[in-house]
Design a protein around this ligand. Structure first.
Ligand code: HEC
Length: 229
């Protein structure tokens, strides 16, 4: 009896520590669950990084509710982290990988989510052909850069648009255009959701929180009057 109480106490303490750590790490992109691999100090321009680029792309286009999130796992397929995504990847062989095949022939994602663009398909193929690794790098992020085209739109495209396009507008919000992002910003919801403030749905949904740098860029762009620059 005494032992089981001690055991319970240890489990609780370890659980709290793990929980606290998860919330302190600065995540690069959004999307995914579970522990992250160690981050390379710089991002090589020739390498495609799973955590930075592939994970947010897959989770925002494939793991929304009703599709391949843990709860729905349509057709028995869950795509939420490296372990579940890499199950459909043959390292070094994009054309032989189920994940690439169904995306490349446009059978996935299913409507209403749009098919991947040629550039997105090429990115996925490159990552698989480079070995489909669970890699991660610390992308340069400068809070002094906060233009719409240079900072805001790229973040939306990678981490948000899969669930927020005209054909699949989560919460009725479209983040695929300047005007859509602007109206979310003006309503206060864009900042509230990415900063994960109380009273807002935390975004990216089911994903890692944006880094403080990215959140700051969004905040500064909004404070500057949401310019289309
Ligand atoms: C996996 C799907 C998914 C992803 C990825 C996603 N969203 Fe959402 N989002 C939703 C859904 C669904 C809702 C509707 C409310 C809810 O279910 O929480 C929503 C709601 C919102 C709202 C309204 C929040 C509120 O409190 O009213 C904002 C703003 C938003 N998302 C912004 C974003 C941004 C910015 C990103 C990228 C960083 C993002 N979302 C990524 C699915 C997603």
């Amino acid at each position: 009896m005494r032992n089981s109480k001690i055991y319970l106490a240890i489990v609780l303490v370890v659980g709290l520590v793990l929980f606290a750590c998860r919330h302190e790490i600065l995540y690069p992109g959004g999307g995914g669950t579970g522990p992250l691999p160690p981050a390379a100090a710089t991002c090589s321009p020739d390498t495609v990084y799973f955590v930075n680029e592939i994970l947010p792309l897959i989770t925002s286009n494939c793991s929304m509710s009703g599709c391949h999130d843990a709860a729905s796992h349509r057709e028995g397929v869950t795509l939420i982290n490296y372990a579940t995504i890499s199950a459909y990847v043959k390292p070094g062989n994009a054309s032989g990988s189920k994940l690439y095949k169904v995306i490349n022939n446009n059978s996935m994602p299913q409507r209403p989510v749009a098919s991947f663009t040629t550039a997105q398909k090429a990115l996925l193929a490159k990552w698989i052909n480079q070995g489909g690794k669970n890699n991660f790098c610390t992308a340069a992020c400068d809070t002094a850069t906060f233009t719409f085209s240079g900072a805001i739109k790229p973040m939306m495209d990678v981490s948000c648009v899969g669930c927020h396009s005209p054909s699949n507008a989560g919460g009725g919000i479209d983040l695929s255009t300047y005007s859509g992002v602007k109206s979310a910003a003006v309503s206060g919801k864009l900042y509230g959701s990415v900063a994960q403030q109380t009273g807002y749905s935390a975004m990216p949904k089911n994903g890692y929180k944006f880094s403080d740098c990215k959140i700051k860029q969004i905040q500064k762009w909004i404070a500057a009057g949401t310019p289309n620059n």
